[in-house]
Design a protein around this ligand. Structure first.
Ligand code: C2E
Ligand code: CA
Ligand code: CA
Ligand code: CA
Length: 272
């Protein structure tokens, strides 16, 4: 037993060392990519449930190392730890605004950009957005800023104020991954948010789980009452599509409709 325990500990320590090595490697490689401006942006269409037309796009950062994509699920948390999320966020914003400026068809849609809580805390985020929008001559109403529920933990007054400032500019604010965090439904009405994005976890479990359906129905009714737009993420099947249509969700996003894709492919979709 002692031997087994020793092996386990050694295995664990080795694994930690490997993970750490990989993280240091990724952090350094990411810094090079940031310095050289190598990050790219893909877009995933978001559809109106009734008309089945594209009404919005979510921008998603992409990082290609030696021809292979590294998952944001792996490098975003590292960038959050190292503070690299700040320049990363700025670069993504520039790429997106440039795309919108160059392609008027994108000016008809709401374009979502993911924002880290750190970006709100680090500086006057609304002023940055205002300046970058002006620089690229883009309307604020063109932009939706997506923040995860986590930023609202503790109901930070400063957070609420900076989201309010974004809304005052004319941008939309979306709460991302809704349902996974610590929020309770009761504070939905106090959040300066226009859009609620129901997390993929709900979508995946919905058909077999009547209780989950009841929770989602509750969220949708409340959002309806509060005048917030509901988007469901991670729609992968016709069946899920059907369920959410019947529940009255306004917008759907997921592989069933379209995967995240390069701008050129989105433009083809929009023009077809
Ligand atoms: P997210 O904001 O929740 O973005 C949606 C993620 O779900 C994307 O993963 C997308 O590819 C994936 N997805 C969309 N539809 C489906 C589906 O039907 N099934 C499944 N299984 N997945 C689907 P991605 O691009 O790997 O991004 C992962 C996360 O990384 C994002 O989650 C977001 O939190 C973060 N992220 C991505 N781009 C940025 C960025 O520019 N800035 C920041 N701060 N975070 C970003
Ligand atoms: Ca998002
Ligand atoms: Ca999400
Ligand atoms: Ca997520």
């Amino acid at each position: 037993a002692k031997q087994l325990g020793g092996n386990l500990v050694r295995h664990f320590v080795e694994q930690m060392a490997l993970d750490y090595q990989r993280q240091v490697q990724l952090r350094n490689a990411l810094q090079l990519a940031l310095d050289k401006g190598e990050l790219e942006v893909f877009y995933q269409p978001i559809y109106d449930t009734k008309t089945r037309e594209i009404v919005a796009l979510e921008s998603l950062v992409r990082w290609r190392e030696d021809g292979e994509f590294i998952s944001p699920a792996e490098f975003i948390p590292i960038a959050e730890n190292t503070g690299q999320i700040i320049p990363l966020g700025e670069q993504v914003l520039e790429l997106v605004l440039r795309d919108i400026y160059q392609h008027p068809v994108l000016q008809q849609l709401q374009i979502g950009v993911n924002v880290s809580a750190q970006q709100l805390q680090r500086y006057d985020f609304a002023s940055l957005i205002q300046a970058r929008l002006a620089h690229h001559q883009i309307n604020a109403s063109n932009l939706t800023l997506e923040l995860t529920e986590g930023v609202f933990v503790g109901e930070g007054k400063a957070t609420v104020a900076s989201l309010q400032a974004l809304q005052d500019l004319g941008c939309s604010v979306a709460i991302d991954d809704f349902g996974t965090g610590f929020s309770s439904l009761s504070y939905l009405n106090r959040l300066p948010a226009d859009v609620i994005k129901i997390d993929r976890a709900f979508t995946a479990g919905l058909n077999e789980d009547p209780e989950l359906q009841a929770v989602v129905r509750g969220i949708i009714e409340l959002c309806d009452y509060l005048g917030k737009t509901v988007v469901v993420e991670g729609v992968e099947t016709a069946e899920q599509c059907e369920i959410f249509s019947q529940l009255g969700v306004q917008r759907l996003q997921g592989f069933y409709f379209a995967r995240p894709m390069p701008l050129a492919d989105v433009l083809k979709l929009l023009n077809s």
